[in-house]
Ligand binder design. Sequence first.
Ligand code: NDP
Ligand code: BG6
Length: 489
Amino acid sequence: MNTDVSAPNARQASAEAFTADVEPHLIVIFGGTGDLAHRKLLPALYNLLSAREFADTIEVLAVATSDRTDEEYRESVGEALKDAGIEGSEQWCAEFLHYQSLKPGYDQLASRIASIEKSSGLPGNRVFYLAIPPQVFDDTIKGLGEAGLASGPGKVKVVIEKPFGDDLESASELNRILFECFDETQIYRIDHYLAKETVQNLMAFRFGNPLFEASWNRVGIESVQITFEEDIGIAGRARYFDRSGIIRDVIQNHLLQVLTIVAMESPVQLDQMSIRDEKVKVLRAISPLRPEEVVRGQYTSANGELGYLEEEGVPNDSVTETYAAVRFMIDNWRWQGVPFYLQAGKRLEERLTRVTIVFRGPPVYLFDRDGHRQAEPNVLHIILQPNEGFDLRFQMKTPGEGYDLATESLGYRYADSFADLPPAYETLLADVLIGDQTLFVRSDEVEEAWRIVDPILDASDKPHGYPVGTKGPIEGDRIPALDGDRWID
Ligand code: NDP
Ligand code: BG6
């Protein structure tokens, strides 16, 4: 009997294709003068390309509305690369970086693109990366369409940064505008969490290790907890964050994506369609959130550190949440009745992103003592960052008479086996060049995620205060308490 049920591994195949055979491209970065481009995109692109033989077949054209020369632009990128610890980039900047202002319009941009492609012998494969304020996504997409840039002599792709809309209606409208010019196979919606090695490893952990599969369901698991804690605040992004809040900023996207990978069924194979189909099925099975399933918080000053309302650019009567705890229920056969608790916050005690699986306790507690339950549940912590790895907690008898139990754990850390993990933006840019959409969010996924959080956006009541550097508002405990649970440390 043939027991080989291995399916083709599209990502592995595409990684090989990447080193061997990336087609020449022009990458057009709208917002190439901005913070994201300077701090993340260009360093990632430089590192990616400098390690590859085909580096000289990729040209970069930055686009923004201000006037500057190619030389001025190259100088600012050179500085940004130095800030990112990259030395010796001058030749690359001089040969492969160009700048175009959008002031003369899209026809001028189209001519500049044609001219660079001609002089560099590029075949017309283009990536339009929209690293611009979300308010100008729609005009930019329309501009590309009207200038005839949405299709070309080669393959044309458009990459869109987050946030993709700020509610269900605006996200659907943005999809509609995109589909007037592009089809889904050309569209790459960024969620950089999907490109984190540890998030991808959730798939490997689940589907490469059948050990846990028998209990990975409503019979074996009591609750799932996903925690996103940051010690940093809004990092000078008050204008964006105050309109967004933590639910839009990380729960609707990064954390719901992590949840889908924890909860999805096995895809039939590891190709982009099968994986994204399974993820969207999870989202479809989640009911929209109800107000009683949400607790919102806002950090307040402590130990000389600013509270949210004192941050520059934040209105002093803002009710934007910097912390939220929510409960999702997934109405399908695997997860019926298992709560998924998520909490996310800024200016908390530490930086930590973690998935915690709380397994059900034994049917009979043999080791209870004096009427007290001794055994803690088995807990699997999957630590996405920092100090990436796993911890599995189990019960041990302590030496001596009788049965006194203690909780111990088995741990694994990536750093013990692997060198540095590749930065998410390198992975994303590589996948765009190859044309692998697995780690990008499909139109139906993004709309389903907005559908779930839509009813609880824009609450007008004052969030619960929590002092900077703490674990969030005490009221956050109300969310696991909905089902008689508690947050697991
Ligand atoms: P910045 O404000 O720093 O940069 C925006 C850039 O866009 C500027 O270079 C601006 O230059 C340019 N720009 C503005 N309007 C237009 C336009 N109509 N056409 C072309 N270029 C334009 O923003 P960020 O770099 O911080 O953010 C960019 C995008 O990336 C946003 O969607 C943001 O949400 C997303 N993002 C950013 C992150 C970050 O860490 N910064 C993290 C995750 C996502 P000029 O004024 O000269 O036109
Ligand atoms: C971004 C959010 O998408 O993700 C930020 O806008 C947040 O507010 C960041 O800080 C977290 O990303 P990471 O990779 O640092 O966990």
